[in-house]
Structures are given as C-alpha cells and as structure tokens.
Design a protein. Structure first.
Ligand SMILES: Cc1ncc(COP(=O)(O)O)c(C=O)c1O
Length: 446
C-alpha cells in the first residue's frame, strides 16, 4: 500500500483512511426519537481527534511531547494565563494546586501546614476536598445557596480563623461562584484562592469592568478533561496560574518532586546540570536526580494531548452550544417555577454550563422525576456528593468530630440530598432531546 511513498505520504494515506473510517462508522447522523437514550454528557468529536491520536501513535513519542506543549500553549492563550501544566486528571490538578500551597518555595507565613484551615463547601465533588484532608489540613465547610449551588458568601467571615490559609471551591456545574466577594475576602485576609474550574471551562466573570475566564482570577485554577467535561482527552486535566512560584511547585510535585524542570526527553536545558549544590548532596550531583519536594507522577501521554489539541479548537463552539442548550431548556421549563427552582447565575458572571441543576419545591417529589427520566433513558445526576460530610469516607471523622469544621447549619447543602438533581446540556444534544426531556419532567411533576 505504501509502495513508492515517503513517510509523510504514507501518513497522509493513513489519515485519509481514518477520515473515511470516521465518516462511515462513527459519525452520528441519526435523528432523535423518544425512547433513544439521552446522555447527561459525552464526547463530541470528528475525524480530527482520531487523526491526531493516530498521528501521535505513529510518532510513538508516548510521554509528554510536542502535542503536550501545543496544548499547554493553546490553553494559556484561551485562558490568558502565563502558565498551564497538563495533568492526568482534574483530581490530579486539584491535588497539585493544593500541594503547591504547601511547598517550601512559599514563604512560611502563607504556606499551608498540617492543621491549617481551608474554607470550602460540602456540596462538592470529593476530590476538591480530598487533597486538604490527605495533607492533614482542615476543611471548613460553609453552606451553599440554591439555586446558585455555590458558596454562601455571607458566611465567609464566620468561617475565618487564625488558621485559615485558603479558599478552595468549585464553580459548581459551570456556574461561577461570587468571585468578586470571595476574591475581596481572600485579598483582605491574605488567603490563597484555588478555583476548581473542572466544570466551568469557558465561564467568565467581570470585576470592576474587567472580564476574565474563571480559573484565572484566583491564584491557581484547575480543569478536568474527562469525557463528560467541556473538552476531553479521555482522562486528563490542567493546572493554571500567573504565579511563577506556584507554577514551579506544580511542575515539581507533578514530576516526581524533582528540582530540575527540563522538558521530558530533554537534558541540561538550563546548562547547569552538573554544577549545583543541593541539600547535603555532593557538589555537581546531577540536577536531574535532585528532589526538592515529595512529589508524584501525574503527567500525561502525548497521545492524550494530541486528541485534546483537536478538541480545544472546538472549545468556543462547545461552550456556546452548552450555553444555548441551557437557555433553551430554561425557557421550555419556565412554566414550572411554581414547582421547581431553576438555576440562576451571579450578575457578574457568564456561566459555561456542565449541567442543568433543578431543585424541587415543597410538595414535589424529586425521586419521582428522576425515576421518570431514567425510565425513559434520560440520564440524571446528583449534585455530586450532595453533602460530603455525610458520606462513609467521613464516618470516623464524624464520630470523633475531629479533622473538619462546619459553619452553622448546612441547610441548602443538605437539601440537595433530597431535592436536587441535574440533567445534561452538552453540545451533542438537540432541541428535540431537550423538548422531550422537559416533557417527561413536566409529566412527572403533575
Ligand atoms: C468540580 C470537579 N472537580 C474535580 C473533578 C475531578 O475531575 P477528574 O474526573 O478529571 O478527576 C470533577 C469531576 O467531574 C469535578 O466535577
């Protein structure tokens, strides 16, 4: 087949075949009819993702390489930040963002030590909170507000103590939290702000006339590229920041704790590989094997990055699609507001919806609606943990009352356990699907 072809011509031939394969076997053109399944999320792609993936496999670099660099640069540009580092998941991104605050590179006054407190919410995805607990810091849980599903900022001052070092919260389901108030609170008390932006890539927030992407207003932000999210590389994520010290710490923690920050597969990029003095090591000990943190290996493969390089080109369209689907669903459900709380957005924000959260009002049965939807093959989801403190992972901490604090009552947080669910708005959905979803929901209310 490749006779008389050079390598690049052979590759082109393979790519043509991949394109044909996609068009024949994977392209979805079937119109929706009631009874077909409606997923809450899913990957949306075309032949370009497949071609990039195949290209990377043929190149066989495997570990972080040129596609990784391309994706990190594209992310920096999209988010308008100085530094972006890919990771193997959004959970890893959260772990790195948090661990960066514990680095010896941070001045002691601001560094997070075991026993320090981190303000967060319990109506959370678990891995926003997990790094705090695993490190031995103390999560301080503040209630959320329905129908925003984000932190109740009026409780922030009450949550503050002498041990508070940071606020670490997510933009729930792509709906930005009140960044203006939270940022002012952090600035006033010299606290770090980690934005878990895993559900919210593409959301924006305006403070004093300046609009920025969420995830870039605090000190450090995170993304997830799991297939359900706004763009995907299978498993994957990113950490981003404008702070060079946090960036340096992220790279070290991500790459085994090493001090050297040569790119993978490259040696002696700084030109000082053999002339430094570190710890009690002999002078000139190979910098590549000097460890300045107790790190992990949370890197990506170039094959993952290659797929996401095609995805990020579609990201603005994906975000728009999610926003349009959300607006349409809210419109068709607008006659249900005597029975349902429909989601609301902060006045300074533009959301990049991950899903459409609904909370039932007094006298309406959430479970009946969920069962009706699931019975018609329409996927529903809970608001992640609802209240993380009530989960089995908290059993021992709850019993001892140690290792965490709760500020007042978690009234709206607890309410999500009984009254809240969400459905999808991902760009693979059509108006026919949204209409059907709304119809099934309405029939289950009456
Ligand atoms: C808010 C939030 N943070 C973190 C994560 C973790 O991302 P990953 O699944 O890539 O580990 C998720 C996952 O959906 C999430 O919703």
């Amino acid at each position: 087949m490749f006779e008389n072809m050079n390598e690049s011509q052979a590759k082109e031939k393979i790519f043509e075949m991949v394109k044909e394969y996609y068009n024949i076997y994977q392209k979805e053109e079937k119109a929706f009819s009631p009874g077909d399944s409606i997923r809450y999320a899913g990957r949306v792609y075309d032949e370009n993702e497949l071609i990039n993936g195949v290209d990377s496999v043929l190149e066989f670099w495997l570990t972080a390489g040129r596609y990784t660099a391309e994706l990190e640069n594209a992310l920096k540009e999209y988010l308008d930040v100085k530094y972006a580092s890919l990771t193997n998941s959004g959970s890893s991104a959260n772990l790195l963002a948090f661990m960066a605050l514990t680095s010896h590179l941070i001045e002691e006054k601001r560094r997070v030590f075991p026993g320090d407190e981190i303000i967060t919410v319990a109506a959370a995805f678990p891995t926003t909170v997990t790094p705090i607990i695993q490190f031995g810091a103390v999560p301080v849980f503040v209630d959320i507000k329905i129908p925003y599903y984000n932190i109740d900022v009026e409780r922030l001052e009450e949550a503050l103590s002498e041990k508070t070092k940071a606020v670490f919260i997510a933009h729930t389901l792509g709906n930005p939290f009140d960044l203006k108030t939270v940022k002012e609170f952090c600035d006033r008390h010299n606290l770090w702000l980690i934005e878990d932006n895993c559900d919210a890539l593409g959301a924006e927030y305006t403070i004093d006339g300046v609009t920025k992407k969420t995830g870039t207003i605090g000190d450090i932000g995170t993304s997830s590229f799991y297939p359900a999210h706004h763009m995907t590389m299978g498993e994957g994520g990113a950490v981003y920041t404008n702070n060079p010290v946090l960036h340096r710490a992220v790279l070290s923690y991500r790459d085994w704790g090493r001090d050297c920050h040569c790119l993978g597969g490259h040696d002696n990029m700084c030109g000082h590989r053999y002339d430094g003095q570190y710890g009690e090591l002999p002078k000139g000990y190979d910098h590549k094997y000097v460890y300045s943190h107790f790190g992990y290996n949370l890197k990506v493969t170039d094959i993952q990055a290659a797929i996401a390089c095609a995805q990020i080109k579609k990201l603005p369209g994906f975000v728009k699609g999610r926003q349009e689907n959300f607006a349409y669903l809210k419109e068709v459900l607008s006659d249900t507001t005597d029975k349902l709380y429909l989601p609301e957005v902060d006045e300074n924000a533009s959301a990049s919806w991950f899903g459409f959260p609904v909370t039932v009002k007094e006298g309406v049965n959430r479970d009946k609606i969920v069962q009706a939807l699931e019975g018609k093959k329409i996927q529903t989801r809970m608001l992640f943990s609802g209240n993380l403190v009530k989960h089995p992972c908290f059993d021992e901490m709850r019993a001892s009352g140690k290792g965490y604090r709760v500020i007042g009552e978690l009234t709206d947080t607890d309410r999500t356990l009984f009254d809240t669910f969400w459905v999808g708005v991902y760009p693979g959905m059509t108006k026919a699907m949204l209409d059907y979803m709304a119809k099934v929901m309405k029939e289950a209310i009456d």
